[in-house]
Write a protein that binds this ligand. Structure first.
Ligand SMILES: [Ca+2]
Ligand SMILES: [Ca+2]
Ligand SMILES: [Ca+2]
Length: 446
């Protein structure tokens, strides 16, 4: 057991030793700086130095090939660095921008060579300088795609290489719209919140924070004037109340990320999402109760009771107010309105007789309105005819004139009362001498 455990440990130790020896001895050839941050746009000029480190000894030749996007960058100069040019040795320097068939893209190739039987230099030092100009906005990848350094015998010196990234007026990172998903149908109750959520962006520039602006608009091009906009958001979500939106309306929303130091902007992906608000906004259904449909109602006692079902509040904190309206035409247009109540907080109302015409069909309905301003009409509208008991001619008084007309109707072919029930004093469903007698008794006693 004891030896069995020792052998693997010995193997691990020897592996570690080899690894550390390699990392210490390998030369480094690298671009400095390794990241270039440009915020002043195309036309900005800067310099990269190509350096070798202290582990680089006996150096005679270098070749370094870096990715080079000619749409983003151009060279303003290339030159051999002082490690070679000030060595006192004879040197050669070449630089090319070429289409690299193996790499499949344009590359910048730099190579330097010392002549002479014993001409070598030791790092650290600068082997080349590259003057560059930004041509467009974007991220230029100047990774090293190929490199070699050799010694006096033309043997390769083991080396690692590292290039550079150039950020030219680079906007914050692309980011996605998440919730509501595109085309969402948003229900819920009035007063519920709607949460908008997107993925995080970030700035490539050191120390730069990103903030977001959320826009909600009725048009896909965000041109409607009544837009909702929230800016300076530091989180990737925002809640709004659905009361800030119109029920039944389609909306579009988008987010823009902005860097706080340089102000470069990134639009969301996709550019926008749509949603439709279909909150359960209206008061609940309710129907009419009294007076029942197509009935005659006596108002001689002073008025009439109207009653309808409650429309229960929809959401916590909601309440409902009612309005009763009477019309003299079944089309129930505003022009036909005979009378309308004020707001009523209970589902019934006694309407004074002075507001109620007799001898004509009336049509009534109730409208409920909740605290969110949503309205709903009663499921039905009823018709009703009011009358004044014992009043033959519909003037809301009972006197000798009614008696005269009643006599004329029963015995002289005069016009019928409207409705007949108004003078059916004994309530037997027919008009005859018994009703007339009852009216005489009412008027003159007995
Ligand atoms: Ca009621
Ligand atoms: Ca009368
Ligand atoms: Ca009768």
């Amino acid at each position: 057991m004891r030896t069995g455990r020792l052998i693997p440990i010995a193997l691990i130790l020897s592996t570690l030793v080899i690894a550390s020896v390699c990392s210490v001895s390998a030369a480094e050839i690298f671009a400095d700086p390794d990241t270039v941050y440009i915020t002043t746009g195309p036309g900005t000029e800067f310099e990269l130095e190509i350096e070798v480190d202290a582990a680089t000894t006996g150096l005679r030749l270098f070749q370094i090939v870096m990715a080079f996007d000619t749409t983003l960058l151009d060279t303003t100069y290339t030159e051999l660095g002082p490690l070679f040019s000030e060595s006192g040795e004879v040197f050669v320097f070449n630089s090319f921008i070429v289409e690299d068939t193996i790499f499949g893209s344009t590359v910048l190739r730099l190579e330097g060579l010392l002549f002479g039987a014993s001409a070598v230099v030791d790092g650290p030092g600068v082997v080349a300088r590259v003057g560059l100009e930004a041509l467009a906005e974007g991220v230029a990848d100047m990774s090293v795609v190929e490199h070699v350094i050799t010694d006096i015998s033309n043997d390769t010196i083991p080396s690692n290489a590292r290039g550079s990234f150039v950020y030219i007026n680079t906007p914050p990172d692309p980011f996605d719209l998440l919730e509501p998903v595109d085309g969402a149908d948003i229900g819920g109750n009035p007063g519920d919140s709607i949460e908008f959520e997107w993925s995080a962006s970030g700035s490539p520039y050191p120390g730069e924070m990103v903030s977001y602006s959320l826009e909600i608009n009725e048009t896909a091009d965000f041109s409607a004037p009544n837009a909702l906009e929230f800016s300076g958001l530091t989180f990737t979500n925002q809640k709004i109340s659905n009361l800030d939106l119109t029920n039944g309306q389609q909306y579009f929303w988008r987010v823009t990320a902005t860097g706080n130091l340089y102000g470069f902007e990134q639009a969301s992906t996709p550019a926008s999402h749509s949603f439709t608000l279909n909150a359960a906004g209206s008061p609940n259904d309710f129907d009419l109760l009294l007076p029942e449909q197509s009935t005659y109602v006596d108002i001689s006692s002073g008025g009439a009771l109207f009653d309808w079902q409650d429309s229960p509040p929809l959401a916590p904190g909601d309440s409902v107010l009612y309005k009763l309206a009477l019309y003299d035409d079944p089309s129930m247009q505003p022009a036909n309105m005979v009378w309308e109540s004020g707001d009523i907080n209970v589902s019934e109302l006694v309407v004074d007789e002075s507001n109620l015409p007799v001898r004509t069909w009336l049509y009534w309905e109730v409208t409920a309105e909740n605290t969110y301003g949503f309205t709903k009409k009663s499921l039905s509208n009823f018709d009703v005819m009011f009358y004044w008991f014992r009043d033959f001619n519909g003037d809301k008084t009972v006197n000798i004139q009614d008696l005269t007309l009643f006599v004329g109707y029963l015995f002289g072919g005069g016009a019928a009362p409207i409705p007949e029930v108004a003078v059916d004093l004994n309530s037997d469903g027919s008009l005859n001498i018994a009703d007339l007698t009852a009216l005489v008794n009412y008027l003159f006693g007995g």
